[in-house]
Design a protein around this ligand. Structure first.
Ligand SMILES: Nc1ncnc2c1ncn2[C@@H]1O[C@H](COP(=O)(O)OP(=O)(O)OP(=O)(O)O)[C@@H](O)[C@H]1O
Length: 320
């Protein structure tokens, strides 16, 4: 792997879920539970997992919006601080992520204006160059966000993320709120920008085709842990963790008559207030044995692939 920009080790994040009459927290939601992750310069790391597994919590942690309860972080840019610096995010809904009262040139240059581009001419110049780069017409830079279509607003959000020259851009479902016709344009723009500027992306998505198209590596999350990690094609075509297999099987396909049955097998994500003993997945796992009642570490191999299962690869590949 090339230069490691960021490494998270055994990170735990929890949120208060219930308090007693004195305001003391009596129950917590355990959102990240021993998360280990490395992000290398220039890669796209896809993060997949069902709703509630902790993807957004991870994004907020990377952005410095929340602090972990425990764990370590090694950050190339600012080794002594927790996260946030050097990070930018592109959100799912471009309209709600852009200030409706500001003209686009100001939105695009928001992340940098305090630092250095604090005079208007410099900010406009920067906005112009980023507009050209991301496909926004420079003559529209004085307009407000509502004058743009969804796809154009997402271009504005991408330009804003680029303005700060971040080390890592977190893409949180960047196309799922867009019309199908413009989704590919935005994905292609992200790929083009990455090639030109050696950008590093963390891509959070429910959409396996988007992850396949964009990502070099994929991390599969379950109950706040990474259960499988590896090169995209490897993980998506030869999953080694039973959960990855069930996740891939549950991707809706029109030609799949077994889908309902597989969906039933998948069951519900267990509550994350009382974490399961042993392997977090064993209650839902079709292959579970007594040995799965022991905690499972993420076992990495020499190629950088990892799986949190002591019987990996016992499952057949997904039905094409
Ligand atoms: N601020 C918060 N306060 C309390 N619980 C929270 C908070 N943020 C997240 N959670 C809980 O933490 C767990 C992980 O949530 P998170 O939003 O990270 O999941 P997710 O994988 O992003 O889900 P989705 O795909 O639906 O966005 C969930 O049980 C969620 O209810």
């Amino acid at each position: 792997m090339s230069e490691i920009l960021l490494e998270l080790e055994n990170v735990h994040v929890n949120f208060p879920a219930r308090t007693n009459w004195r305001g003391k927290v009596t129950e917590r939601v355990h959102a990240l539970n021993g998360l280990d992750l490395q992000i290398a310069r220039g890669e796209t790391l896809g993060i997949v997992g069902e709703s509630g597994c902790g993807k957004s919590t991870l994004a907020q942690l990377l952005m410095g919006m929340i602090k972990p309860a425990s764990g370590a972080c090694h950050h190339a840019r600012s080794p002594n601080s927790w996260l946030g610096s050097g990070m930018q995010m592109v959100f799912q809904d471009p309209l709600s992520s852009l200030d409706p009262r500001l003209p686009v040139w100001r939105i695009i240059t928001e992340p940098v204006w305090i630092q250095k581009h604090n005079n208007e001419a410099q900010r406009r110049e920067l906005a112009q160059s980023l507009a050209l780069l991301t496909g926004i017409r420079p003559e529209y830079l004085d307009r407000l966000p509502h004058a743009f279509s969804g796809g154009q607003r997402q271009r504005i959000a991408i330009a804003r993320a680029l303005s700060a020259q971040p080390d890592i851009i977190v893409l949180d479902e960047p196309t799922s709120a867009l019309d199908i016709s413009v989704q590919a344009q935005i994905l292609n723009l992200l790929v083009k920008l990455q090639r030109e500027r050696q950008l590093t992306y963390v891509l959070i998505s429910h959409n396996v085709s988007v992850v396949r198209h964009m990502s070099d590596r994929v991390a599969v999350m379950y109950l706040g842990q990474i259960v499988e990690l590896g090169a995209t094609e490897q993980v998506l075509t030869q999953p080694r963790h039973p959960y990855t297999r069930l996740l891939l099987d549950s991707v809706p396909r029109v030609d799949r008559s077994l889908e309902g049955e597989l969906e039933d097998k998948k069951g519900e994500l267990p509550g994350n207030r009382q974490l399961p003993q042993g392997c977090y997945f064993h209650d839902r796992c079709p292959l579970a044995t007594e040995g799965c009642r022991q905690p499972q570490p993420l076992i990495m191999d020499a190629s950088g692939a990892g799986v949190r299962c002591w019987r990996p690869g016992l499952i057949s590949p997904p039905v094409p």
